[in-house]
Design a protein around this ligand. Structure first.
Ligand code: FAD
Length: 334
């Protein structure tokens, strides 16, 4: 494989509810910086049915080009059909890097493509950079149980690939004056060639906890001591109109459901305000909330790691501090 044949940075543009998923726009922001550093084009790869018009969304967010496969066979996401389109496009245009959102679609597609192309994939990346000279993608993520941050390189294969969770990268401020080129592609693929058929899509009706969209999160940890103790977090959140988050240890203790978990194996959040109460600040928790606008920590151990990651820290017992805060929030402003 001649690595010099590969040039340009791509972002897989995932379509969700009839629009380009926010994570894909965030990745265009990260991709733009790397493309400028390398002086190569940034392209989006858009696959679907009736999606061509969506390509225009990508230009204000930094894309120079969008490759589009707009065919009926891509109406629903299926690993096999999408994977074949990505592989065909890669073999034709040879990008050096491809980024995907670490969504269920992105993770499924990226791993299938990596296996077929026999190239490397870094999953759940939290930091991305590229070496301007060598073109090596530097994809960093917590490793060895979160005890270290590992930067993973793919030296001998192309394209270099990574998945990145929603909200980890920042989208660029859209510049509506930016335009780009739409490159239409078609794939010879018949329905009979695809082994899976989508018979029905059943949407979950249970109300979802939208931690990733919350403006204010009150998160509680093992320091609350018990399920009854954790109720303090619910009361505080309700008082200030916040969403409840939790550390993994609080979830594992059965005090709250996993959908509330923040961190490496939970949700990545970027609220305007994040209260971390009775949470020690393990790296696996921090990677999920450290990009919050304002972090306020309450912990009775002055040496807790969370105090190194917060903007305001209160050393004290949550059961004394939180009621005082609740009282203060109830007061009418002077
Ligand atoms: P602890 O570490 O036990 O901390 C409790 C804190 O509460 C202490 O700092 C203590 O001083 C304080 N405290 C005690 N009593 C009070 C009180 N009355 N008032 C105020 N403070 C008090 N963790 C996550 O959160 N999210 C993840 O996604 C995640 N993924 C993981 C993935 C892997 C592969 C691994 C190995 C671990 C993961 N973890 C994750 C677990 C993580 O390493 C920590 O174990 C966990 O975050 C600790 O939870 P905690 O801070 O609630 O509990």
């Amino acid at each position: 494989m001649n690595l010099d044949d590969f040039r340009g940075i791509w972002v897989f543009l995932e379509v969700s509810d009839g629009r380009i998923a926010p994570v894909s726009l965030e990745l265009l922001g990260a991709g733009r910086q790397m493309a400028d550093k390398r002086d190569v084009p940034l392209a989006g790869l858009l696959i679907g049915d009736g999606v061509k018009e969506l390509a225009h969304t990508a230009f204000p967010f930094g894309a120079d080009q969008v490759y589009v496969y707009d065919q009926k066979i891509f109406h629903e996401y299926r690993t096999e059909s999408y994977m074949r389109a990505v592989i065909e496009c890669v073999q034709k245009h040879k990008p050096e890097i491809i980024l995907y959102g670490a969504t269920s679609t992105g993770k499924d597609l990226a791993s299938a493509v990596a296996t077929d192309l026999e190239t490397g994939l870094t999953a759940d990346t939290t930091m991305l950079d590229v070496n301007a000279e060598t073109g090596l993608l530097e994809a960093s993520r917590p490793a060895f149980g979160g005890n270290i941050m590992a930067t993973i390189l793919c030296k001998k294969h192309r394209p270099q690939m990574a998945t990145v969770r929603p909200k980890v990268m920042k989208a660029l401020e859209p510049d509506e004056s930016r335009t780009g080129e739409i490159i239409e592609e078609t794939m010879e693929l018949r329905e009979e060639d695809i082994r899976t058929k989508v018979l029905k899509i059943v949407r979950e009706t249970k109300e979802k906890v939208r931690l990733d969209e919350a403006d204010v999160i009150v998160a509680g940890g093992k320091g609350l001591g018990s399920k009854e103790g954790f109720a303090l977090i619910h009361r505080f959140a309700e008082r200030i109109g916040a969403t409840v988050g939790a550390s993994r240890d609080a979830v594992e203790a059965g005090w709250i459901g996993h959908e509330h978990q923040v961190g490496q194996t939970g949700v990545t959040v970027t609220p305007k305000i994040y209260f971390a109460i009775g949470i020690s600040g393990a790296i696996q928790h921090l990677v999920g909330m450290r990009n919050s606008g304002l972090i306020i920590a309450i912990n009775k151990d002055p040496n807790a790691l969370i105090f190194q990651a917060c903007h305001y820290g209160i050393v004290g017992d949550a059961f004394e501090i939180v009621p005082l805060l609740m009282e203060a929030f109830q007061k009418e402003p002077d």
